[in-house]
Design a protein. Structure first.
Length: 284
């Protein structure tokens, strides 16, 4: 290294070494190049600094492209669930079984490099699943932040501690979650799921944990709608009408609610608190 570098150069170089943020690191490196004397004795040094700058800018560009792709994973279902687990735990397999998503399932670790998504229709609602790659990149974990629920897959109890540490590092420790012990002889075991293809217990658990209710509307004299209206737990009939069409409130008279109780078909008003799977017949 040339001996006639100014003191300022060493101060900037120290800042460069200590900086962790990629964009700031690039700006500091540009400053370092700017203050480096331009003469024959610094040709090799400048060449090395510019080479390093080029690598950092390439890395930043790749990260931006990756982030742009991730932004395309937008919520398209009524519930968004992130599938999280260590590599080779069976995340891709579960995603494919749940949603028929076109995903690559391999025996080598870290087969999934980018988030993969799929949607399944279950009992009136669409549940969207996103597989988070086991690299646990910050950009990928941002999807988990916007999810309604985390589905944690583990093979052994000791893996759960590692996953919890990862969630804590990404400030996701307080997120609603369901933990499934995979490849074990349990109700949610891989063998049972693949053999029976019966995910009702898991899907009902997701709906319950997400704290939503499914309300089915029924026009008078017609069949019950297959597509449910999704509302927060504790919602009232007023909330249902507002979500459907707020202008209907002007002509609303009453509603009949059909459920599995002895009072099925009872007349109710706007303040009636709805329950999961209620069937509502609106009268105007």
């Amino acid at each position: 290294m040339p001996a006639n570098l100014p003191r300022e150069w060493y101060l900037i170089e120290e800042n460069f070494r200590n900086e962790k943020d990629l964009e700031k690191k690039i700006e500091i490196l540009k400053q370092l190049i700017a203050v480096t004397p331009k003469h024959k004795g610094t040709e090799n040094l400048l060449a090395e600094l510019r080479k390093r700058l080029s690598k950092l800018e390439d890395a930043l560009e790749k990260r931006k492209k990756s982030t742009k792709k991730i932004k395309l994973v937008e919520k398209s279902g009524d519930i968004l669930v992130s599938i999280i687990g260590l590599t080779q735990v069976g995340k891709s397999t579960l995603l494919k079984l749940l949603t028929n998503a076109n995903v690559e399932i391999g025996e080598k670790p870290f087969t999934t490099k980018e988030p993969k998504t799929g949607v399944c229709f279950y009992d009136g609602i669409y549940i969207q699943f996103v597989e988070i790659p086991s690299l646990f990149l910050k950009e990928h974990m941002s999807i988990a932040h916007s999810s309604d629920l985390l589905l944690i897959l583990i093979r052994e109890e000791r893996e759960l501690e590692e996953i919890e540490n990862i969630l804590k590092e990404n400030k996701l420790q307080n997120k609603k979650k369901i933990v499934i012990k995979w490849f074990q002889n349990r109700s949610f075991s891989f063998e049972n799921l693949e053999a029976k293809k019966d995910f009702s217990q898991l899907l009902e658990g997701i709906i319950k944990e997400a704290e939503i209710i499914r309300v089915f509307t029924k026009p008078p004299g017609k069949k019950i709608e297959e597509r449910a209206v999704v509302l927060k737990k504790g919602s009232k009939l007023l909330d249902l009408i507002k979500k459907l069409n707020e202008s209907w409130l002007k002509t609303f008279k009453f509603a009949r609610v059909f459920d599995n109780s002895q009072f099925s078909g009872k007349r109710v008003g706007l303040e009636y608190e709805l329950k999961d799977k209620d069937i509502v017949e609106l009268h105007f």
